[in-house]
Ligand binder design. Structure first.
Ligand code: SF4
Length: 287
């Protein structure tokens, strides 16, 4: 029986498929849950703080106000399973918040937030492009001084080397395409703000880059269709395996992908008395 096609593609699904088709299957088709990680949850927290910051009046967007936004966002996150699931001790929790605060302070080294005119924050976007349903969340959509659109994506992980910049920009190019489709205007600028470095990677979408994005999306979608039809999602071992939550089901680590399929079916059927899959997965994480 062929695998069902995923309902849509997003920038993260596109990079997941191109990084490792099997990890994509576990996540997007078997829909196995992934345990929260410190890095991802810190990213969630910092995004929430910057979202709050940009709701304030421009003159109020100071470093102190941003750190206040971080405290509010941390209080809102405290009971969320994503944070609670990390089960941090006191020292770990203090380090978690200190690192998040550093990222928020670094943000001010990249731009002056009082000059930003955001028209959308954490904006959910969805459209069909060339027969492929695309969706995603734009961290910040804004207007520049000339009234042109700018798409900004915050990144809380490490900045890429120069040769990998293009690949990392592919996600924001998809957002540019979505803006063009939904608003009838191509953004003038798309940018990635790497808060850790800190480093801004900025580019201007063009006819050529837009054609390239469409071509890539079409090729990825066709490859996903083929893989579903042939039930052929191959593992692609790389350094990313160290962060992969699905090692227990991966043949490269002695696992059986069919077990993941069965677990996915059980989860989809809503079997309430199955052992917690997230705990099973958590036990398999790389050191
Ligand atoms: S462990 Fe590595 S090869 Fe296996 S599914 Fe995960 S990323 Fe792919």
């Amino acid at each position: 029986m062929a695998y069902p096609l995923p309902r849509s593609l997003s920038p993260s699904k596109v990079s997941s498929f191109t990084d490792c088709a099997l990890a994509f299957r576990f996540s997007a088709i078997d829909r196995l849950p992934e345990p929260p990680t410190v890095a991802a949850t810190r990213g969630t927290l910092v995004h929430a703080a910057l979202e709050r910051l940009h709701v304030l009046d421009p003159a109020e967007r100071t470093v102190d106000a941003a750190l206040g936004c971080l405290d509010e966002a941390a209080a809102a996150l405290r009971d969320d399973p994503e944070y609670a699931g990390l089960d941090l001790g006191d020292d770990e929790a203090a380090a978690f918040h200190a690192e998040a605060a550093d990222l928020v302070r670094n943000y001010f080294r990249l731009e002056d937030p009082s000059t930003v005119h955001a028209i959308g924050l954490e904006l959910k976007v969805e459209a069909e492009v060339d027969g492929v349903r695309l969706r995603g969340i734009i961290d910040r959509l804004e207007l520049d001084a000339d009234g042109e659109l700018v798409v900004t994506d915050y990144k809380t992980g490490s900045a890429p080397s120069t040769q990998h910049e293009r690949k990392r920009l592919s996600g924001v190019h998809i957002y540019s395409l979505l803006c063009e489709q939904l608003l009838g205007r191509r953004p003038r600028i798309v940018q990635l703000l790497y808060l850790k470095a800190p480093l801004a990677i900025t580019t201007r979408p063009t006819d050529r880059s837009t054609r390239g994005t469409r071509r890539t999306l079409g090729a990825v979608w066709q490859a996903v269709e083929r893989a579903c039809e042939r039930e052929d999602f191959r593992p692609q071992p790389s350094h990313l395996c160290n962060y992969c939550a699905f090692q227990a089901y991966c043949p490269s680590f002695g696992g059986d992908p069919d077990e993941a399929r069965r677990l996915g079916e059980v989860l989809a059927a809503g079997a309430a008395d199955e052992p917690s899959p997230s705990l099973a997965l958590a036990a398999t994480r790389a050191p």
